[in-house]
Design a protein around this ligand. Structure first.
Ligand code: SF4
Ligand code: SF4
Length: 445
């Protein structure tokens, strides 16, 4: 069979999308200050090319890519550079960042720029525009997009798979993008098909977004060999490997990538961002963010200039209620709690979710009772119970060798079902971090 519409295992957390799934996207005003970390993507951080005192226009490059797996950073507003230093990063660490005082009275009109005429460009030139535009995966992973568009020749790509699943609870960023900008999504699909030289594209959307499925189906350009597929609503349907399994029936083997089964997956927000580059010539300087949760006074879908502080975004949405105990960036399944609301919105931040005492209550952790629920939930068919017990005694290498830690995508499905409230996916994230550090140390030695 060509396709099945779901994958095995997975969970069904409450969706909570009703807070924002009918709220149109609005543009947020420019803040007084933006903070642009040079590390906003997977791979090597960008290198600053501005210094305090420099004037920048909206869209100007302020840090350049450092190698192939890296992208440049551009200013999302006109203003003056006040500092290049260290600032809280939304991942909880401190990171090198460029601070820009935004010019209050600037009309924020970017410099005149070349708009690439995509029809006349070679696939390599299209890819080069994508890298110059600083584009990364906007679904959360922030992997430089151009890298995915240049697979080695021995792995020919047959299918462009556009990820419109948005299976994380609360988030409606992709949903609203599909509903409000369907022509832009299709334009992006057209450009990506050219870059990858593929004959076929599929947009996969969970069936809890019937309006998105309908409008994308109605607006599909007749000359494109592309279709929109409604997928079973299940978490983590939007994970690359799960999406490929659901749409094509193909399994991405352990340790391999989608290109090894002839597929490239791009998030629908990324596709829309690429379309904008070819419409306006502007790089990635703003993104759609869902600001939601019971602790936000005015849940919204916003276009936010990259670098706006989380605190400013929340204030624009009416602020937080008194009983908020946790603010998460990303969704509640894979996102991280924010220790510092002065951290900025980076390119990979899909949502800001404010939870109150009721949702974010601290639960007592009990020993594993070997119930097996986590095994039934894991979409990668791992043994989270075993990995959890190895993690408790810091046997990280054994987790990798015996329990396939590197196949874990930190989706959080196991933690969600665990009756003992064991924070399994957080333990696995720590194990991966420690192993990566060890590897880097060994390489440096
Ligand atoms: S976090 Fe890892 S181990 Fe847990 S369900 Fe997801 S993939 Fe499986
Ligand atoms: S779900 Fe929790 S308690 Fe049950 S086997 Fe897995 S780790 Fe143990």
């Amino acid at each position: 069979m060509w396709r099945k519409l779901t994958f095995s295992h997975g969970v069904h957390p409450p969706e909570h999308k009703e807070l924002t799934n009918q709220v149109p996207i609005r543009r947020m005003p420019f803040p007084d200050e933006i903070v642009l970390p040079v590390r906003q993507h997977a791979g090597r951080p960008a290198k600053p090319i501005v210094k305090p005192g420099d004037w920048v226009e909206r869209g100007d490059k302020v840090a350049e890519a450092d190698g192939f797996v890296s992208v440049p950073i551009h200013s999302s507003a006109a203003g003056r550079v006040v500092e290049v230093g260290w600032w809280p990063h939304p991942d909880g660490t401190m990171a090198e960042a460029i601070m820009i005082q935004v010019e209050k009275y600037s009309p924020q009109i970017p410099r005149p720029r070349q708009i690439p005429r995509w029809e006349g460009l070679s696939p390599q030139e299209v890819v080069s525009w994508v890298q110059k535009g600083g584009v990364v995966g906007l679904g959360g992973a922030a992997f430089p997009t151009h890298v995915k568009l240049l697979p080695p020749k021995e792995f020919p790509i047959q299918l462009l798979l556009v990820n419109g699943a948005e299976c994380e609870p609360y988030l409606t960023t992709d949903h609203r993008t599909m509903v409000e900008f369907p022509h832009r999504v299709w334009f992006g699909v057209r450009i990506m098909m050219k870059a990858l030289q593929v004959q076929r594209a599929v947009i996969g959307v969970e069936k809890n977004k019937p309006d998105a499925i309908e409008i994308l189906s109605k607006t599909r350009p007749p000359d494109l060999n592309a279709e929109v597929i409604g997928l079973t609503v299940k978490y983590p349907q939007g994970a690359e490997k799960m999406l490929i399994k659901a749409v094509t029936g193909r399994e991405v083997p352990s340790g391999k990538l989608p290109m090894h089964v002839g597929v490239v997956v791009q998030n629908v927000g990324t596709i829309s961002c690429i379309a904008e580059i070819f419409e306006t010539g502007l790089p990635l300087i703003e993104r759609v963010v869902t600001v939601t949760g019971p602790g936000v006074r005015r849940p919204s879908n916003l276009i936010v200039p990259v670098g706006t502080k989380i605190r400013d975004v929340l204030e624009f949405c009416g602020g937080l209620t008194e009983d908020v105990t946790e603010v998460i960036t990303g969704g509640p399944m894979m996102g991280g709690a924010q220790p510092n609301l002065d951290a900025p919105v980076t390119k990979g931040i899909t949502g800001i979710v404010a939870l109150t005492r009721k949702e974010a209550r601290i639960r007592q952790v009990y020993p594993c009772i070997k119930c097996g629920h986590c095994l039934d939930a894991c979409p990668m068919f791992l043994n989270p119970s075993l990995m959890g017990s190895l993690a408790q005694t810091a046997r990280y290498q054994e987790m990798a060798d015996r329990a396939h830690l590197w196949d874990c995508m930190l989706c959080g499905a196991c933690s969600y079902v665990c009756p003992s409230n064991i924070p399994l996916s957080q333990m696995f994230a720590l194990a991966k971090y420690q192993l990566s550090r060890l590897r880097k140390k060994e390489q440096a030695a």
